[in-house]
Structures are given as structure tokens and as C-alpha cells.
Design a protein around this ligand. Structure first.
Ligand code: SAH
Ligand code: SF4
Length: 350
């Protein structure tokens, strides 16, 4: 029989599982706490009888990630990790330090099927979804490796969280549990390229997370050229879903806008964007696009970026330019993993 992913179990699921093994209920909470704390082996569960540890070991496995590469920024201490999963796949995570504490940016899939033209994560398509436990493990590994406590999480690494909906929901429930890592949902952001049916489903949970929409363009013509997902759900459909989401959750929505020179950075784009976002309580994060080796686009110069921001503000839209962390250690999501794979496949690549 295939071993079960016990680290993805909720306390209720653990209770049922232990009940089937004729074990007392109170063990569920104890085991849950251990699993959420980031232990790597059942032998570390010191308050659980040996006999039960052995049964668990027979029937279950503890999902984890292994550090295969680690880059520490000399500028700001940002740490980027390439992690290996049990099946030899690679993902990446980033640990960032802000005044208010530590934030981890986690991956939700190996690769991504959305295929946005500017993004390295989607270049080879989707390999597989991550389990909730593999999402959690990225946080606990960063915590133990640096001896710190993570206070904020952004689901903005590799992958589209709403294309891995059930595992992403499970992750949110586990990571915010007060017997587990207890990271409040208000301290978690979920970023989506605009998977409208996922946004609609997510609204039903009414989580107080921050929903972040990777918009990147003010109209369908430009967005279609950058993001395949726009052909399925265009900007109007996406913004309508955002309005409905906001009606239910009353949460401010974040819009990500990666500025690419000559593509989406004109004054007209800023004005059109401001018109489109009218009526949505929101904040725009301007990101200077990170050049990807496989593409030829460039980011605009800083004057142009600031002008875009001022233009949005003039039109009544709140905007900030995202601070670049770890500028010296590597580029944006998906690129580290690709590099690492290339090195593995061909030692002459770097
Ligand atoms: N799939 C989700 C979350 C992961 S991507 C999404 O697309 O929202 C996280 C963010 O990085 C998204 O806003 C994405 O558009 C952005 N991004 C990807 N490649 C980038 C690049 N080369 N430069 C700047 N931002 C990029
Ligand atoms: Fe996937 Fe997000 Fe990259 Fe698009 S930007 S390919 S949705 S990870």
C-alpha cells in the first residue's frame, strides 16, 4: 500500500486516521504539532510511544524538501533556495527580511502551465502540483536553516496556486492553524495570473488573505500578447471576478504590474489602467520586469517607472514600486530552478 502524506493531514483527518488504528484521540494534536514544526523523522516525536511511531513510519511518510543550492544576498540578507523534492524535482523559495519580520515566498507547483511570456517558471510547462505538505516544508526548512520564525508568506514563487486549488486551500488551513505554524491568514498573500473560476471558488472561503492579481496590462490586446490565460478570461471577466470577490471578503486587492519597456509602460497605459481599476479598492505594485535569459524584453528606466506611478496616483490609484530584494543573487521566480536543472543536465552551461 502506498504510504500516506501525513504532513498534509488536518487534526480531524489525523483523529480519524488514529481512530482506525485504535489509538486515542489526544494523540492527533500531539502528532499534528510535531508534523507542523518541521521534524524530518517519526523518531523525533519524543512524546509518542515507540510502537505508534513505528506504525506511523510503516503507513506514512513526512514530506520534506532538501536544500541543494542556497544563495545569500550580501546587500540585504535575502536567501534564495533551490530545494529538491522526494522525486528529484526542483522548486525554489525565497526568504526575505523586512522590518516587521521574515517573509517566505513559496512555490505551489513544479513548473507552471499558464505560459506567461515574461516568466521563467512556465517555460517548460507544468511538471506536477505540490502537496500542501511540500508548501509547508518550504517554510519550516527556511525557519530551521536560519533559526528564525517566519511571520508572513507570499504564494508568489513558481506555479499558479489557483491551478492547484485544493492543495493551496489545504496549505492555507494548515499554516494558519493555531496548533501549527500559526501564521495568520492576514499575513498571507496569494498571487494569481487571473484564474477566474479559482477566484470565484476562493471567495466562498472568505479567508482574510491578500489576493494579488498579476494584471500586467491595461487592455486585452497587450495582455493577450503576454498572458495566455487572458484568452480564456479577459480583463473584464477578471475585474468582475475581483469586484465580486471584494463584495464577499471586503479585502483590498493587490494588482501586480510588471513594467516592460515599450510594451505596457506608456502614459496611455497608466491612464487606461487607472480607468479600469476605478471602483475596486486596490493597490498597484509596480515591478520593474526582471529580464529572463530566454526572452528579449527590458525593464524601463527608473524615471519612466516613477512617472508611471505618479500618473496612476494622479488618477486616484494607489501605487508603489516594489523594492528589489536580493538583486545580487539571482533573478525572479523559475530562473534558479532552470539554471540548476541546466547545470545538472549539462555541466558546461554556466
Ligand atoms: N502564478 C502566479 C504566482 C507566481 S508568479 C502569478 O502569476 O501571479 C509571481 C509574480 O511574479 C507574478 O506577479 C508574475 O507575473 C511575476 N513575474 C513572473 N516573471 C516575472 C519577470 N520576469 N519579471 C517580473 N515579474 C515577473
Ligand atoms: Fe505561471 Fe505566474 Fe509564471 Fe504566469 S507568471 S507562467 S502564471 S508562475
Amino acid at each position: 500500500m502506498e504510504k500516506q502524506d501525513i504532513r498534509s493531514f488536518s487534526i480531524d483527518e489525523l483523529t480519524g486516521f488514529l481512530d482506525d488504528l485504535s489509538q486515542p484521540k489526544f494523540r492527533a494534536k500531539q502528532i499534528f504539532k510535531w508534523l507542523q514544526s518541521g521534524i524530518e523523522d517519526f523518531s523525533e516525536m519524543t512524546n509518542i510511544p515507540n510502537s505508534l511511531r513505528e506504525i506511523l513510519n510503516e503507513k506514512c511518510y513526512i514530506a520534506n524538501v532538501k536544500i541543494v543550492k542556497k544563495f545569500v544576498s550580501k546587500i540585504d540578507g535575502t536567501v534564495k533556495y533551490v530545494y529538491e523534492l522526494f522525486d528529484g524535482e526542483f522548486i525554489e523559495s525565497v526568504l526575505m527580511k523586512y522590518e516587521h519580520g521574515y517573509t517566505v515566498c513559496i512555490s505551489t507547483q513544479v513548473g507552471c502551465r499558464m505560459g506567461c511570456s515574461f516568466c521563467a517558471s512556465g517555460l517548460d510547462g507544468l511538471y506536477r502540483n505540490l502537496t500542501a505538505s511540500e508548501m509547508l516544508a518550504q517554510i519550516t526548512k527556511a525557519q530551521t536553516d536560519n533559526n528564525i520564525r517566519v511571520s508572513n508568506v507570499v504564494m508568489m514563487g513558481m506555479g499558479e496556486p489557483l491551478d492547484n486549488f485544493d492543495n493551496s486551500i489545504k496549505f492555507l488551513e494548515l499554516v494558519s492553524h493555531d496548533e501549527g505554524l500559526n501564521i495568520g491568514l492576514r499575513h498571507i498573500s496569494l498571487s494569481t495570473s487571473g484564474v477566474v473560476n479559482g477566484i470565484e471558488k476562493l471567495a466562498k472561503y472568505n479567508f482574510p488573505i491578500t489576493l494579488s492579481i498579476s494584471l500586467h496590462a491595461p487592455n486585452d490586446k497587450i495582455r493577450n500578447s503576454m498572458m495566455r490565460v487572458n484568452k480564456k478570461w479577459n480583463i473584464d471577466a477578471l475585474l468582475n471576478a475581483c469586484k465580486e470577490y471584494q463584495k464577499v471578503t471586503t479585502r483590498r486587492i493587490s494588482f501586480e504590474y510588471a513594467l516592460i519597456e515599450g510594451v505596457n509602460d506608456s502614459n496611455e497605459c497608466a491612464d487606461e489602467l487607472a480607468r479600469k481599476l476605478k471602483g475596486i479598492m486596490c493597490h498597484v505594485n509596480l515591478i520593474p520586469a526582471n529580464p529572463v535569459k530566454e526572452n528579449s524584453f527590458k525593464k524601463p528606466n527608473i524615471q519612466k517607472i516613477l512617472r508611471f506611478k505618479e500618473r496612476l496616483k494622479y488618477n486616484g490609484i494607489n501605487a508603489t514600486v516594489r523594492r528589489t530584494l536580493g538583486a545580487d543573487i539571482d533573478a525572479s521566480c523559475g530562473q534558479l530552478r532552470r539554471k540548476h536543472k541546466e547545470v545538472l543536465l549539462d555541466d558546461n552551461t554556466q
